[in-house]
Each structure stands twice: as structure tokens, then as C-alpha cells.
Design a protein around this ligand. Structure first.
Ligand code: ADP
Ligand code: MG
Length: 274
């Protein structure tokens, strides 16, 4: 973790707006992600965090604004093209291929990098088999680095919740990304699973030389891991800074703590809470 605004950003978001039938889920958002840093995005439910990830990964196309990744305008690219350029994500609600094994989940993700040529397959089945064997070996080695080798032939949904979350990250990294977006990875985890996740995020960042964006409500995790934090509220950037300055920012405190206090006393709670 060497947050450095002297190097060029790996990803820049400029004046990003996404409107859903009049509702501006994101409004004029500016964001710069610097290489090899962990960047937190926090904000109450409904603030636009997942929408931001959906725009960055091409799951939805922004209404206006631009997204530049490694100097290339990716604003209007679709998800498969963006994944191939090196942006991977996990989802707020786990989205593993449930009926597949742990190994197959990783193999599918690897296909993004090493697509078989159909004619190569029918023309030279021997070469295909050798490649398939090499891919399986690579996937098993990948699983080993995540402590998942013993689960390789189990069905993904038979794993514990924390382990499924780990597999989701392993699968995302099997695509060979340089930018990893984690959407509430600690949601639903107990304290010891969260501690394991904390260490794992640090380990994978080093091992895979990643830039990471972490959307998370667990403030201990966010404050402990992030070099820089952006606070979203109702689709707009409310504040940005280092963890210590965000922690002391009165606007941020009011936006969170004020809202959650009101919520308890209010029969018709506002949608926002952390
Ligand atoms: N596909 C969609 N269609 C319509 N509204 C959406 C859609 N996705 C998100 N929204 C709305 O956009 C706002 C931001 O949602 P979201 O990005 O999921 O927030 P967060 O992840 O910060 O909780 C919410 O008001 C949500 O209801
Ligand atoms: Mg969300």
C-alpha cells in the first residue's frame, strides 16, 4: 500500500451520472484510483456504490460522464470487454455458479484469458487435451493459494458462507485483473471470518499487484485497509480523504450517525443507513 497521487491514476471517473427514470443514482461523480492502493467507497444504503461498480464493469452504461482505464475510454464498453481489459469484481450478493464445483468456477473465469479456438480444438484434439490439462493444473494451483484446494471438487454452494466469499474473490482473480472491485465482501461474516478476509485482501493485493476498490459498511475493515476513502451520499461525492480525515469529518459523521439515530426514533425511516 503506497498511496501516491504523484503516479498517474489507473482509473479515472469524471462527472459520472447515472439516472434511473429521473432518479440520479450517481451525479457528477469524480474519482481517481491510483495503482497499488486500496480505495474505500462508503456511504449509506442507496448512495450509489453498487451503481458505481456496475458502471465501472460495463454492467450498466452511464447516462453521462467518462470512465478512463489505463488511458483508454471504457465508458461505453460492455462487461466482457471490460473484464478482458483487467477489471474484475465480486457482488454484494454472492453470485457463484452454484451447481458447478469450486474448480469449475475458477476454470470458467480462466476462459476469459485463454479462450480455446474452436478450429484448434477439432483440428488437434491432442493439443486441446494438453491445454485443458494445463488449465486445470493452473486452476488447482490458484485454488491452493486461496486455501481452497481441499474443496476443489465440492459443489460451490455446499461451502460455508465465508468460504464462498473467498471463492468469489479467487474466481475474480482467475481472470487476471489489475483492478479488483469488492462489493461488501464482509457482509454477513462473523468477526473471525472478517479478520481472515482482512488479511486475505492484504495478501492478494501484494501477490497479484492489484488496485482494489472496497465498498464496505464494516468501518474497522475500511479504516484498517484503505489508503483513500470516498464518501457517497445520494449519488454525490460528499467527501474524500485519508481514513483519519474521513473519521473526523463532521459532515460524514452527521450523514451516517445522524441518519441512523433518527432512524431508530422514526416510524418512517429514511432509506439511508450505514
Ligand atoms: N437497475 C436499477 N433500476 C432502478 N433503480 C436502481 C437500479 N439500480 C439501483 N437503483 C437505485 O439507485 C440508487 C442507488 O442504488 P445502489 O447503487 O444499489 O446503492 P448502494 O449500493 O450504495 O446501496 C437506489 O435508490 C436504487 O434503488
Ligand atoms: Mg450496494
Amino acid at each position: 500500500m503506497n498511496a501516491s497521487s504523484t503516479s498517474a491514476p489507473i482509473l479515472s471517473v469524471s462527472q459520472l451520472t447515472k439516472a434511473f427514470r429521473g432518479l440520479k443514482a450517481l451525479q457528477d461523480v469524480d474519482l481517481n484510483l491510483f495503482p497499488d492502493t486500496i480505495h474505500g467507497v462508503i456511504g449509506p444504503n442507496g448512495a450509489g456504490k453498487t451503481t458505481l461498480f456496475n458502471c465501472l464493469t460495463g454492467q450498466i452504461i452511464p447516462t453521462s460522464g467518462t470512465i478512463t482505464f489505463k488511458g483508454k475510454d471504457i465508458t461505453k464498453l460492455r462487461a466482457p470487454a471490460i473484464a478482458q481489459l483487467g477489471i474484475a469484481r465480486t457482488f454484494q450478493n454472492i453470485r457463484l455458479f452454484g451447481t458447478m464445483t469450486v474448480l469449475e468456477n475458477v476454470l470458467v473465469a480462466q476462459q476469459l484469458r485463454t479462450r480455446f479456438n474452436f478450429f484448434e480444438v477439432i483440428g488437434n484434439i491432442g493439443s486441446f487435451r494438453r491445454k485443458e490439462k494445463a488449465l486445470t493444473e493452473a486452476a488447482l494451483a490458484h485454488l491452493d493459494t486461496f486455501g481452497l484446494i481441499g474443496d476443489a471438487y465440492r459443489q460451490a454452494t455446499s461451502l460455508s458462507y465465508g468460504t464462498q466469499r473467498r471463492l468469489e474473490i479467487a474466481r475474480a482473480l482467475a481472470t487476471g485483473p489489475s483492478l479488483l472491485l469488492l462489493d461488501e465482501p464482509a457482509a454477513g461474516m462473523n468477526a473471525s471470518e472478517t479478520d481472515t478476509l482482512h488479511q486475505m485482501i492484504l495478501d492478494v493485493q501484494k501477490r497479484f499487484q492489484l488496485t482494489i476498490v472496497l465498498v464496505e459498511h464494516d468501518m474497522r475493515l475500511v479504516m484498517g485497509l484503505c489508503d483513500q476513502i470516498t464518501v457517497l451520499s445520494y449519488g454525490k461525492v460528499l467527501a474524500e480523504g485519508k481514513p483519519e480525515s474521513i473519521r473526523q469529518n463532521t459532515q460524514v459523521i452527521e450523514s451516517y450517525l445522524g441518519v441512523s439515530k433518527k432512524r431508530k426514533a422514526n416510524a418512517n425511516p429514511p432509506p439511508a443507513t450505514i
